[in-house]
Every structure is written in structure tokens, then in C-alpha cells.
Design a protein around this ligand. Structure first.
Ligand code: ATP
Ligand code: PRP
Length: 230
């Protein structure tokens, strides 16, 4: 039996994940050719490396097909219903930081808060005969957040990339997306609502509650937690 550790195979979280483990005495190695998604862990016995896209790691953790996994805290909350019952946060890793926010056109000078958005949304529906559109790929997180804050008169439209462009292209009036430097928002003449920080995300090491932690795997986890100082 081995403990399967899922690590981003590419993208912005991969290199820093390798560095984070290295600093704690564990060397993660991609094996095979550049494009082959297999790997090994040196420094501990009983741990197998599984290379996956950051976006797939939440589902694999929830299903228990991997025991441990590194991905953004936003992706777990978005992709796993009742995520806390399925996975557990073991360590916030201190990189990959980005905020999921709601933004509107900078030209909307009277709209700075969710209350303002709610008022504009009601008026928008009256004027246009359809609900104000918010483009996002974070459907669950945004829907839950807006429900908690009493905003109802809107619709989500799906955007899997270049989300900030939807306002310019007139396929949405507002966006809910990840930002780190804020440059993409500025370049597209959008401003963040002051009380619309939906989630502050960072790379996080998660443990699956559904995976098989019996026998040797339990001991391997204890050894790993020791090495990682958890
Ligand atoms: N501009 C950004 N700055 C910092 N982190 C970001 C930024 N945009 C997204 N992230 C974070 O990076 C993670 C996603 O990483 P990445 O885009 O590499 O993986 P992915 O979703 O699997 O994409 P792909 O499969 O297209 O490579 C998310 O947790 C997200 O919060
Ligand atoms: O605040 P900033 O530093 O400008 O970063 C924000 C941008 O980065 C992410 O996009 P990504 O690069 O993942 O491309 P995407 O549009 O395909 O999602 C995110 O969706 C924003 O568009």
C-alpha cells in the first residue's frame, strides 16, 4: 500500500510546490520524459507521486483516489460540494495567493458595494427584461456568497477564461474572477466592489477523508506530518 500524493503537473502552482516539499526534506521528481506525468518522492518510503492538473486534484481527493493533494483552496471549495466533509486542510503553503472578487465597470460611479449592485440589478431587470449577467467559472462560490449577502436579481454566465473580456464584449455586465496583481481588471476598466471578497485563495495541502488510511498508510502519514512539521 502506498500514499498517493497529487501535485500540479504544470501551471503556476507546480514549481513552488516542488520547492515547498524540498525545503522540508522531500524531493519530488518528475520521472520519464518532459511530457510524461509520472513521478517519485525521495526522502520518505511509501509515498507515490501523481501528477495532475490543479483543477482535477479536488475531485480526485473527494473520491479518495489520491490520499493527499496540493491545489488552490478556491478550487476545492468550488469543485467539491460540502468540501469540509470530504477533505481536510493540512497546511496552507504560503504561495499561489489570489483573491476571488466581484467587479463591475469602473464607469458605474454609483456602484461600490454589494448593496449598490443589488439596487442596480433590480433596475437593470426592469429596464432590460433580463437579469444582470455576472461572468465566472466559480459558480458555486459566487452563488453561495451572493445568497448570503442578499443579492438575488442576477444570473451567472459561464466563462472558462478571459473572463474580464466579457464586459467589453457585452456578454456580461459584471465578473467574478481571481485576481492577484489587479492588472487584468484595470486593463479592462473594471473595479472591485469593496465588500465582495468571495474567497482569499492560496496553495494548500489537503488530505482526503475518503482515501484508505488503514495499515501502513496511517504510519506513512504520521511520518510525513512529522517531516512537514504539521
Ligand atoms: N493571477 C493569478 N495569480 C496567482 N494565482 C492564481 C492566479 N490565477 C489563478 N491562480 C490560482 O492558481 C490556481 C490554478 O492554477 P492553474 O491555472 O495553474 O491550474 P488549472 O486551473 O489546473 O489550469 P490549467 O488546467 O489550465 O493548467 C487556482 O487555485 C487559482 O486561485
Ligand atoms: O490580477 P492579475 O495578476 O491580472 O491576474 C488575474 C488573471 O489571472 C487569471 O487568468 P489566467 O492567467 O489563469 O487566464 P484565464 O483567463 O485563461 O483564466 C485570472 O482568471 C485573471 O484573468
Amino acid at each position: 500500500m502506498t500514499v498517493k500524493l497529487g501535485i500540479p503537473s504544470k501551471g503556476r502552482l507546480m514549481d513552488k510546490t516542488f520547492d515547498w516539499f524540498e525545503e522540508r526534506g522531500l524531493t519530488l521528481k518528475k520521472t520519464g520524459s518532459e511530457r510524461e506525468y509520472s513521478g517519485a518522492v525521495e526522502g520518505i518510503d511509501g509515498v507515490e507521486l501523481v501528477l495532475l492538473s490543479a483543477g482535477e486534484i479536488p475531485r480526485e481527493l473527494a473520491a479518495g483516489r489520491i490520499h493527499l493533494g496540493v491545489t488552490g483552496s478556491d478550487l476545492v471549495r468550488e469543485k467539491v460540494p460540502s468540501w469540509e466533509t470530504r477533505v481536510m486542510e493540512l497546511a496552507q503553503m504560503g504561495f499561489g495567493g489570489a483573491d476571488l472578487i466581484i467587479a463591475v465597470p469602473s464607469a458605474w460611479v454609483d456602484v461600490d458595494t454589494l448593496d449598490d449592485l443589488d439596487a442596480v440589478a433590480a433596475q437593470f431587470r426592469k429596464n432590460h427584461g433580463f437579469r444582470l449577467r455576472i461572468a465566472t467559472k466559480y459558480h458555486r462560490l459566487v452563488r453561495d456568497y451572493l445568497r448570503e449577502h442578499g443579492v438575488a436579481d442576477y444570473q451567472l454566465v459561464d466563462s472558462q477564461g478571459a473572463t474580464e473580456g466579457t464586459v467589453r464584449n457585452e456578454t456580461a455586465e459584471a465578473v467574478a474572477d481571481i485576481t492577484s496583481t489587479g492588472e487584468t481588471l484595470r486593463a479592462n476598466n473594471l473595479k472591485i466592489l469593496s465588500d465582495a471578497l468571495v474567497h482569499s485563495s492560496q496553495a494548500t495541502l489537503f488530505k482526503s477523508r475518503a482515501a484508505d488510511w488503514s495499515g501502513d498508510n496511517r504510519n506513512t502519514l504520521m511520518a510525513l506530518e512529522n517531516m512537514l512539521g504539521l
